[in-house]
Design a protein around this ligand. Sequence first.
Ligand code: OAD
Length: 251
Amino acid sequence: MPQGPFSEELIGRLKSAQRVAALTGAGISAESGVPTFRGQDGLWKRFRPEELANFDAFLRNPSLVWEWYQYRRRIIREVRPNPGHAALAQLEGLVPDFAVITQNVDGLHQRAGSRKVIELHGNIHRNRCIQCGKVVEDLEWEGDELPHCRCGGLLRPDVVWFGELLPEEALAQAYLYTRTSDVFLTIGTSAVVQPAASLPLEAKEYGAYVVEVNIESTPITPWVDEHVRGRAGELLPKLVEALARSKREGR
Ligand code: OAD
């Protein structure tokens, strides 16, 4: 009999797994107070991605795009990781090789203590020069003037916008974990933005046991091995507890 929302099958597989990956999306940060993109209160209901999250829009109106990113940075600075992030950080200690593959740019996994975090869409706290490509961290800037690099080029947030390629090294790492993991968790993502959306199905093709944690169904729900419905911040600590208990008891 399962002792919680997750199956004995999953706990058993996690226990014997050599490698596990967790793909996360905006849903895992929702309980920290970071707005998601889609759904009723999603950012894309109030803001137009084509005006804010692509390079042409940035060149057309950098001030507007910077305003939007400063707004989101302020939200992210004020929030804290939630028990869902913390549980994934703990999971890293319970599995020989564990990676978080995240679409989030908020850095909350790292703040919760996860060490192996593959950021597919960049990081909102970093900046990059559109001219020389130099990465600039810790930019304290709130003023009216646009931030510039020493070379004179305009700085942009170091995140992936629509129509842009994902960072090569992160993508390679993501595919490696997708293709070699024994268990693949997909958590709080609507599974509609490629290529991240295809990773759970690819993991399944390569033999992983795929588990989805979400408050609702997604396009991949019919294909996963286990769909567990509910909030990540409530469910993931239960998963970690069940695994830790099972390991303690040697079951
Ligand atoms: P979305 O906003 O598309 O989806 C969030 C998902 O989280 C939905 O499926 C919700 O049902 C689920 N969810 C919400 N609260 C949850 C909770 N407490 N526990 C579990 N699940 C919950 O966010 P992403 O899938 O991350 O890209 O979006 C993917 C990409 O689209 C983003 O990285 C961003 C966006 O455009 C770029 O900016 C390039």
